[in-house]
Design a binder for this molecule. Structure first.
Ligand code: PEP
Ligand code: MN
Length: 335
């Protein structure tokens, strides 16, 4: 249920109403917009006397939200959310380029790539330390050492880092990580999502391999319902019957759909969505044009010899050329 308050409602009266609603056993999510305050009510709202709330002179309207996702719902928070992570921000007009290798391999590699993507305009460095690989015989990532190397690259460049957590038991290692990635294989690991909800770290939540838009939003709801409001959604392609020429199918329509349904920032990963380096630029451009708040792009110093996902990785030079085009599209979209 949401209650939209009148613009002239005094802070004392608003506070009093929030207190009363909480006494009814409801969670109250307050969204302070430029012109209006919206109270999002979560919990068993069935027994709440809607007419009584509607009759209060500080209340403009009361509506029931029928969607199962509440805290992530744009109705609860009409303004787009802006998420601050390290020195960068994403959402509400802040566009973020996240770039780096699929996996952290060596200190020289990660620092070199970090410097290159930074020079090309990237705002975040990505790199996997814990890798979800289909085969147990493939490179599994450097683990704790990979996180250490990412932090070295952060020190060298100032870029905030994004890296994947696969096992909640490793959370302590992520203390200085700026954004924790939840990969497509863990989107519905609800126990992990609940634990991440108790942290204060921004979470980049990927869409599941065969996940629907609603399922992605419900996974974000798990994080938010547990107290963490800093969730970034990531469309990374979904499984369809095509797998010969593209690794996954990039669901571009998910961008405007998500932007309509939720206030959370939406990032697109054209690397995992396509699986081929030559498809990354066109799909990245399309994603920006469709309204994405950011992109996550794999960049490797030597793609043919990458330990993971070389075929879809851009060289630093190719990334710089792509980034230029992406910034020009963003500029053209400015009102
Ligand atoms: C990744 O970003 O390296 C990754 C494994 O992505 P996904 O979870 O989308 O497959
Ligand atoms: Mn990868």
């Amino acid at each position: 249920m949401i209650a939209v308050l009148k613009p002239n409602a005094s802070p004392e009266r608003v506070e009093h109403l929030i207190h009363w609603l909480k006494e009814q056993g409801l969670g109250v999510h307050v969204s302070q917009g430029e012109f209006q305050t919206v109270l999002g009510l979560i919990g068993n709202t069935a027994k709440v006397d809607m007419e009584m709330i509607q009759s209060l002179d500080i209340v403009e309207s009361v509506t029931r939200v029928s969607d199962p996702f509440k805290a992530v719902n744009r109705q609860f928070h009409p303004d787009s959310s802006e998420i601050q992570a390290g020195s960068a921000a994403i959402g509400r007009g802040h566009f973020a380029l996240i770039a780096g290798p699929c996996s952290v391999e060596t200190e020289e590699q990660i620092i070199y790539v970090a410097q290159q993507v930074k020079a090309a305009g990237a705002h975040f460095l990505r790199g996997g330390a814990f890798k979800p690989r289909t085969s147990p015989y493939d490179f599994q990532g450097l683990g704790a050492e990979g996180i250490r190397l990412l932090l070295e690259a952060k020190k060298a460049t100032g870029l905030p880092i994004v890296t994947e957590l696969m096992d909640i038991r490793n959370l302590d290692l992520f203390e200085e990580v700026d954004v924790i990635q939840v990969g497509a294989r863990n989107t519905q690991n609800f126990d992990m999502l609940k634990e991440l909800g108790k942290t204060k770290k921004p979470i980049l939540l990927k869409r599941g391999l065969a996940g629907t838009i609603k399922e992605l939003l419900m996974s974000a709801e798990y994080i938010m319902a547990n107290g963490n409001e800093d969730v970034i959604l990531c469309e990374r392609g979904i499984r369809t019957y095509e797998s010969t020429y593209t690794r996954n199918t990039l669901d571009l329509s998910a961008i405007p759909v998500l932007k309509k349904l939720t206030h959370l920032p939406v990032v697109v990963d054209p690397s995992h969505a396509t699986g081929h380096a030559d498809l990354v630029e066109p799909m990245a451009m399309a994603a920006v044009a469709a309204g994405a708040d950011g992109l996550m792009i794999e960049v490797h110093n030597d793609p043919p010899h990458a330990l993971c996902d070389g075929a879809q990785s851009l060289t630093p030079e190719a990334f710089a050329a792509t980034a230029k085009k992406l910034f020009r599209i963003r500029e053209a979209m400015e009102p």
